[in-house]
Design a protein around this ligand. Structure first.
Ligand SMILES: Cc1ncc(COP(=O)(O)O)c(C=O)c1O
Length: 385
């Protein structure tokens, strides 16, 4: 458990980090990032009259965790480069409670899903400061819940750890990090995650005690802290990494190659999709036209968002284009649609009209599949006329 405090699941090297620095971090092992979100937004902070604030294009489980408690979801904007906008966050946080609904938590994805934009360290600091300052002003906690699932895909290869940043910058904010091995370590579906809590002891101490007590009371009776085989396997793996320099070297090489392959392929797919008449990409990739080309920094995950102009004209922005494209692609033999979902699933319904309909696809890594997918998009765009 002590080791888990220091491990940033996107960064094998973090097992060497210094113990003392992370001593005030609490860690709960969870069944993936999804359960970490479920616990982070537990009933201790969220009741039906409450609000969770998310930036546009958040991950679906964040919405689910809020909806499950019958709570409300409000949004703040992303900037034109796809990064969550700190100025808008500050503005929304300082609005008087709407209909008596109080913002209890702000969730942000430090590096992207499904847009893909990577917040810089300063952006994360600004976000945490905005949330901490508002908590202090109101004399009650507003939880900063950060999802770093894709940190392993930072283009410079240096994943950021929001808890490490908060400790180094001595930030006063109730911070919870919902971490998962599913992206950084390529184990989608294996259910290995953790909820790490860093809430400075002197900040709103009574609330802190209540939050941690509620988490423990929730976890213990459900056997949440009993390790399952996948968690034991990870524990073993991390122990070996610590001891075996060759394994560390090989692991880093493996992840570096994987990240570079995925990142490169995503940019390639985006460039190719851009050339197809009748296809549009999410505006963020070229900063809503300001950039004149794809910014790789907004493709730091393994997804791309795109749509078909004709479908947008015909059916409007709330239409689910996946159904149309999916039907067409399924009728073409051999086209791989590995993961194709409506991007609206990543946006609260009341925001749909604000954004054109988008299809989210997983960045295919195999050359043949990529070409065949691009061929299907081209054929469908032509078919639409
Ligand atoms: C941003 C983000 N967070 C969390 C998760 C969920 O992680 P897990 O599969 O460990 O529940 C995903 C999965 O796609 C994700 O994209």
């Amino acid at each position: 458990m002590e080791d888990l405090k220091r491990i940033n699941f996107s960064n094998p090297e973090s097992v060497y980090n210094d113990h003392e620095k992370f001593k005030d971090v609490k860690v709960y092992v969870t069944a993936g990032g999804s359960y970490a979100a479920e616990f982070a937004l537990g009933p201790a902070i969220l009741a039906p009259e409450d609000t969770v604030l998310v930036h546009d294009w958040t991950y679906i489980i964040h919405l689910g965790a809020a909806y499950f408690r019958n709570a409300h979801v409000e949004s703040y904007e992303c900037r034109s480069d796809g990064k969550p906008d700190t100025d808008d966050l500050r503005k929304v946080l300082s609005i008087d409670p709407r209909l008596g609904r109080v913002i209890q938590a702000v969730i942000f994805t430090s590096i992207g899903n499904p847009v893909g934009a990577a917040m810089a360290r300063e952006d994360i600091v600004d976000h945490l400061k905005a949330i901490g300052n508002q908590s202090e002003k109101e004399g009650r906690p507003i939880i900063a819940a950060v999802d770093p699932a894709y940190e392993g895909f930072r283009r410079n290869g240096n994943p950021l750890d929001p808890i490490e940043i908060a400790i180094e910058e001595e930030l006063t904010v109730p911070l919870v990090v919902m971490d998962t091995t599913s992206k950084g370590y390529g184990t989608c579906g294996y259910r290995m995650g953790k909820l790490a809590v860093y809430w400075p002891k002197k900040f709103l101490t009574n609330y802190r005690t209540d939050y941690l007590t509620a988490l423990e009371n929730k976890l213990l009776p459900t056997l949440g802290v009993v390790a399952v085989p996948i968690q034991m396997a990870y524990y073993n793996f991390f122990q070996k990494l610590k001891e075996d320099k060759d394994l560390m070297k090989e692991t880093i090489e493996f992840f570096t190659a994987r990240r570079e392959r995925i990142n490169k392929n995503l940019v390639y797919i985006a460039e190719e999709l851009r050339k197809i008449p009748g296809v549009y990409l999410a505006k963020y990739y070229d900063h809503a036209g300001e950039n004149g080309g794809i910014d790789p920094n907004t493709l730091s995950s393994f997804y791309i968002l795109f749509g078909f102009t004709k479908l947008l004209e015909r059916y409007g922005s709330a239409h689910n284009q996946v159904v149309d494209f999916g039907e067409f692609a399924l009728s073409v033999p051999g086209v791989p649609i590995i993961n194709c979902v409506p991007a609206q699933a990543f946006l609260p319904e009341k925001r749909w009209a604000k954004h054109p309909a988008l299809i989210r696809i997983t960045g295919l890594t195999n050359k043949e599949e990529t070409e065949s997918f691009l061929g299907a998009v081209k054929a469908y765009a032509e078919h639409l006329g």
